[in-house]
Design a protein around this ligand. Structure first.
Ligand code: SF4
Length: 325
């Protein structure tokens, strides 16, 4: 099968922290090399790296992807499965947590590996929706007529080829009670070349309503290519929302969060969720305490119109909905 330009770009990603630091003219001491290679691999697209500031170890984009020695510190409250994903596995590749919605783990791969990821230890090899398990997973959804929405998640569903996504959308569209598909993806931000005409055709062809929830945490993540890709998605009829994670050293200032909301609106995306950190092992250094998060959110409410203020939420294992803070 022919490799597409966006796939080549993906293959050309940084996979060693030292190489990224070298590209950014930074020294590479103090890295948790063992952790990076053994526990959660390092991966960053060149496109995303090009938006980092040269020579700035505190760069908010770099901080999201750089494995630090702090990841190796054990914290009893930080768990392998902080949001109860494993308990929620209902069928091969299917997570069922909230009424009316089923989530498909379409792949374990992402274009970048975010160090704060709550699924960094998810057992993808056992629980992703492989082609072989696809029909079994979809049969679960077909058998539950209360499911109105199917969420394509992962990993990142947009690392899949268009042909696979197309077939998946067709099979979901054939289930009469499913009205819409929500796609959770970071690729429009970290690999904007993924938004090809062929992909947007997949969206326009389906009769399903498409909601895309992208993931940006900082205004610096937007450039002309990202905005152009998002404009294509809008033209294809997708409703665009954003979810962010509140991260220490990345976006834990009122001004930074305001700029993110403005950048999102400029790109035609509405802020949806601002998540408190899910306490996954190795991520404690990103935590913003609840009190501080609530104050930041109040400051946003005081300064921005309501539609630019994301809902501050946290996910609690076993809860029937996300908890508003
Ligand atoms: S893109 Fe999403 S799923 Fe992938 S590593 Fe980042 S947070 Fe996790």
């Amino acid at each position: 099968m022919q490799t597409l330009p966006w796939q080549n770009e993906l293959l050309d990603s940084f996979t060693q922290p030292e190489d990224l630091l070298d590209y950014l003219a930074l020294p590479s001491d103090g890295l948790a090399r063992y952790e990076a290679s053994e526990r959660f691999p390092f991966r960053v697209t060149r496109s995303y790296a090009s938006r980092m500031e040269q020579g700035n170890i505190e760069d908010p984009l770099l901080r999201q992807v750089l494995p630090l020695t702090e990841e190796m510190t054990y914290h009893p409250d930080y768990l392998a499965d902080p949001v109860g994903d494993r308990e929620a596995i209902a069928a091969p590749g299917v997570l069922y947590k909230y009424r009316g919605r089923a989530l498909l783990i379409t792949t374990g791969s992402c274009a970048i590996n975010c160090r704060f990821c709550f699924r960094r230890e998810f057992p993808y090899h056992q629980s992703q929706l492989t082609k072989q398990r696809e029909n079994e997973g979809l049969a679960y959804i077909a058998n539950d007529s209360t499911i109105r929405e199917v969420i394509l998640s992962g990993g990142d569903p947009l690392v899949l080829r268009d042909e696979r996504l197309n077939v998946l959308l067709q099979k979901i569209a054939a289930i009469p009670h499913v009205a819409r598909v929500r796609i959770h993806t970071r690729l429009p931000i970290v690999l904007p070349s993924r938004i090809t005409a062929k992909f947007t055709q997949c969206l326009t062809r389906t009769q399903l309503q498409i909601v895309m929830v992208i993931h940006a945490n900082h205004a610096n993540e937007f450039d002309d290519k990202v905005r152009a890709g998002l404009a294509e998605l809008r033209r294809a009829g997708a409703t665009l929302l954003n979810q962010s994670v509140l991260l220490k050293g990345v976006n834990d200032r009122t001004q930074t969060l305001m700029e993110l909301s403005e950048a999102l609106l400029q790109a035609g995306v509405l802020p949806y969720y601002l998540h408190l950190l899910d306490k996954a092992s190795g991520t404690a250094h990103f935590d913003v305490p609840l009190q501080e998060a609530a104050l930041l959110h109040r400051a946003l409410r005081e300064r921005l119109p309501g539609y630019l203020v994301p809902r501050l939420v946290r996910e609690q294992a076993g809860a029937p909905y996300k908890i508003m803070v």
